[in-house]
Every structure is written in C-alpha cells, then in structure tokens.
Design a protein around this ligand. Structure first.
Ligand code: PMV
Length: 322
C-alpha cells in the first residue's frame, strides 16, 4: 500500500485581493490532514472509497467533473498510463483501491479540497512507480481546484503541496505565479475558529467580481491597501516581530468587511477573540462562513479558544506557525 498525506492551510493575509494580482500569505495547518491510501486490488477497475462522504464507487461511474475523478484521471494522463481496466472492460486483471480520509473540515477555508487532491495525486503516482514532483502535484491540484472555485488564484494548491509558509502572487496573463517560501524568524500562535457555516468560496469570489465590475477604482483601492498589509506582514514575520501581525489582521478584516465577504457570524467570532485578549483577528479564506483566525500570545490561546466556543464557534484549532 502507498500512503500520502497533505495538511490543511489558512490564509493569513490577502484573500480575495490575491485574485486581482496582490500578494497573499498562507501557512499550513498540520493538526488537520487529508490522507490517501492506494493499494492493488484483486478486483478490476479503480475503486474509490471515501467513507467520510459515503462514496464507494468505480472510477468510470463517477462524473468526469467529480474532483476525485478529475484528480485520478489527471495522474493517469500525466503518467501517460492507461487507467486499470474498469469492470465492464473485463479481462480479469487486478485493479486499484484508493481510500481517502480527511480530518480537514470541508468547505470552511482550510484547503480541504486541495489537500485531498495533493494526497491522492502523490499516493497514486508513487504507487504507480513514478512519484510526481511537487511542481506537478501543485499544477494538477490547481486544475482540480478550478472545479471547486471557478477562478482560483493558485494559493491553496501551492501552500498545501509545499507544506511551508508561502508568499504568493498570481501570474498575469497565463504567466506562472511567484511563489516564495519564506522563513519564520519567531514562531507565533494562531487560534482558528469555525463558524460552522459552509463557505462557498466560488460565490464570494463571484460577488467580489461583480463589485469590481461595478466600481473598479474603489475595489482596486481596497485590493492595493490589502497588498500593503501583506507586505508589512511578511516583513514582521521575517523580522521576528510577529506581534505586529495583530493590528494588520484587524485592518485586513475591516477591508474584507468593506468587500462584503464577512458575515455577522464571522464578525461575532472576530470580536469575541479580540475581547478575550487576541492581538488581532480576521476572517480567513473566502469568507461569509468558514473560519476566522486570531493571533494570540501562547499563554492566552486557551482563553481565546474558550471565548470563541462561547461565542458559537463549532470547532476551534490552536496552531503554532513555526
Ligand atoms: O476559501 P479558501 O480558503 O479556499 O480561500 C479562497 C481564497 C480566495 O482568495 C478568496 C480565492 C482564491 O482563489 O485565492
């Protein structure tokens, strides 16, 4: 059996503006992971088991647009190797059995879709004897992400593939993105609070596009302000002053509110974290629902986590960015 895993992720700064060419910072969240196990099976065909979503199906019976089908087929075509014959093809040859599990909450901005694809693409290509390099894993995952997102910036597949903090700038006009893996001079603690509301990134991204089409000048100003925050945040992280991220988070959240991608639930958790002593807080990811993040002194992490639960967070994760 061949196994691969991939972590979740949070966007620290720059979501939405990143779609319009501004930089963004994202870090892996290693407490939660997606896992893919691939093994040979006596049964012909490629069998996919995803018990978390009650899926047990042969590849040829999944819609081609299904993200798991897209990820598997992308590996077969990248390796230019035909898929093991499905049952209808007969032939009596053995096939593959692929099991996907994940502890990453779905549709909440923690990169669960990207992590499943990365784990699956790695495990499958390795099992077939030709492990794909990270650039390929990331590029194939990006193609699958398009099914979830429409026009993804590429930040999720990048941070989840490399499992390192990344400074990411989307490429313009088909150019490849700028990806810089950057050092963390001093570790810092983030509390992640989940509103429990599904966060349809695609819709939030589409709504921001409508606003941009209606008033490009205003939206570009907001995006540029976010870009400045991202650059200042990177300097603070690299310079060993992570406490400076707190006020930057607050500013970034205010700009996201102006872009209409926050919600009453996210604002309530952000406020609760600040009142409990967080150094700053903001939504993270597509917004509307999903997760918020708060920068905390390590000793206050539990107090902030409890305050988030009391304010209605469904799940709280404390993570150290190191
Ligand atoms: O919802 P998430 O965490 O997958 O993040 C979406 C981030 C956006 O900037 C809103 C979209 C994108 O593709 O970068």
């Amino acid at each position: 059996m061949t196994t691969a895993t991939a972590p979740g992720k949070i966007i620290l700064f720059g979501e939405h503006a990143v779609v319009y060419g501004q930089p963004a910072l994202a870090v892996p969240v290693t407490q939660v992971r997606a896992k893919a196990d691939v093994s040979d099976s006596p049964r012909p065909g490629t069998w996919i088991h995803a018990p978390d979503i009650g899926l047990h199906e042969e590849l040829s019976r999944l819609a081609p647009g299904h993200p798991l089908s897209a990820a598997i087929r992308s590996v077969f075509s990248a390796l230019a190797s035909p898929s093991p014959s499905p049952p209808a093809g007969g032939g009596g040859e053995g096939g593959l059995s692929i099991t996907i599990t994940s502890t990453i909450p779905v549709a909440s901005g923690l990169g669960s879709g990207a992590a499943v694809s990365v784990a699956l693409i790695r495990a499958l290509s390795a099992h077939l004897g030709r492990p794909l390099p990270d650039e390929w894993v990331s590029a194939l995952t990006y193609e699958v992400e398009k099914i979830h997102h429409g026009t993804p910036s590429g930040i999720d597949n990048t941070v989840v593939t490399y499992a390192r903090p990344v400074y990411f700038v989307r490429g313009r006009g088909g150019e490849p993105p700028t990806i810089e893996v950057f050092p963390i001079a001093r570790s810092f603690t983030i509390v992640i609070g989940d509103t429990g509301l599904p966060a349809p990134t695609k819709e939030a991204v589409a709504d921001v596009r409508c606003l941009w089409e209606a008033d490009r000048e205003r939206m570009e100003r907001l995006f540029a302000a976010i870009g400045s925050i991202v650059r200042a945040a990177r300097q603070a992280i690299e310079g060993g002053y992570p406490e400076r991220l707190g006020p930057l988070m607050d500013e970034n959240h205010a700009l996201l509110q102006e872009m209409t991608v926050s919600s009453a639930e996210l604002d309530r958790l952000v406020e609760a974290a600040r009142e409990a002593g967080a150094l700053g807080a903001k939504l993270s990811g597509g917004g509307r629902g999903g997760n918020m993040i708060a920068l905390v002194e390590e000793a206050r992490a539990r107090i902030v986590a409890d305050a988030l639960r009391a304010a209605g967070a469904r799940r709280v994760i404390i993570t150290t960015v190191a």
